[in-house]
Design a protein around this ligand. Structure first.
Ligand SMILES: O=P(O)(O)OC[C@H]1O[C@H](O)[C@H](O)[C@@H](O)[C@@H]1O
Length: 291
């Protein structure tokens, strides 16, 4: 049984919240599990982290979760849509991708109808986040799960930040997919150089870690049997990451050959730090659909 099937089937300390929603315990962490006529999905309260999403009209999850993912309070979960905030990668120092991937979020709102389920989770600064980043903040994520998947992250507070919704996509084979809509130019994180593509598309035969500086609004991931479209909202950057074999082998929470079945297409506000204020809310996000 795959990890996504195990989450769906789990009744470990299960609490039924509504016809389509229950909360279970996965090792040390509480997880919300959605089983709706239009899709299945799971969201971890640890990290405010969408773990996977699978519309019922397709046979495989669209958002990928590592079979080796570790569910422990001190670690970020490998796969899904990690929330990178208030900094991307090491831009604000350790920990990688900021302070909320390992924070406990609260479910503050939930609604559902025949089309899908909407979950709203929130986290605020606390003693742990203050130790790493000494700012007051309220961060809210709204996750809609139906035939499409929409995620929006909203923040308030006086500070500057960089951020990404670090989406891991499930693909048949990294060497057979093509991504289009990436624009020009990109910063190559592996060489530190700014480079260009002729037509904003790419295929894979090695590790990739790139920040696209002027992508189109929609990124298309052309797989052998389906195309995944991600439309970025209020987000000027896209990161594409494939750890390849050597990267996967260096991570304890990824099987060595699992790099073949995933690629990250991350919706970001990275190149230009965002000035936030406590008077208005800053929101960015994405919508994923199959075409
Ligand atoms: O291992 P993590 O902290 O989750 O980061 C995983 C990856 O995230 C992004 O894609 C960055 O561009 C990569 O440089 C980084 O390796």
């Amino acid at each position: 049984m795959s990890i996504t099937q195990a989450l769906l089937a789990s009744n470990n300390q299960a609490k039924v919240i509504s016809p389509y929603l229950k909360q279970i315990q996965q090792n040390d962490l509480p997880v919300l599990v959605v089983n709706h006529p239009r899709c299945t999905a799971a969201v971890s309260l640890h990290g405010g982290h969408l773990l996977f999403w699978q519309p019922k009209k397709t046979n495989n999850p669209v958002i990928w979760l590592s079979e080796e993912a570790i569910f422990k309070p001190e670690l970020a979960i490998r796969g899904g849509v990690p929330v990178c905030w208030p900094w991307f990668n090491k831009l604000g120092g350790p920990p990688s991708h900021g302070v909320v991937r390992t924070a406990m979020w609260q479910l503050i709102k939930h609604s559902e109808d025949t089309a899908g389920v909407t979950l709203t989770l929130q986290v605020q600064d606390n003693a742990e986040t203050r130790k790493l980043w000494n700012h007051a903040f309220t961060l809210t994520i709204e996750i809609y799960l139906g035939d499409t998947c929409r995620v929006n992250l909203s923040s308030q507070g006086n500070y500057t930040f960089t951020a990404a919704l670090h989406t891991y996509l499930n693909i048949s084979d990294i060497e057979k997919v093509k991504i289009t809509g990436l624009g020009n130019p990109y910063r190559n994180f592996l060489t530190g150089k700014e480079e260009s593509l002729t037509d904003g598309s790419m295929t894979f035969n090695q590790a990739i870690d790139r920040l696209y500086l002027a992508p189109e609004k929609t990124t298309l991931i052309h797989d052998t049997y389906r195309t995944i479209a991600i439309t970025h909202l209020n987000a000027p950057n896209v990161v594409v990451w494939s750890p390849w074999q050597e990267g996967a082998a260096s991570m304890q929470d990824m099987a060595n050959d699992s790099y073949k079945q995933m690629v990250c297409v991350e919706t970001g506000r990275i190149a230009e730090p965002v000035q936030s204020s406590d008077k208005e809310t800053t929101t960015f996000g994405f919508e994923i659909r199959l075409i």
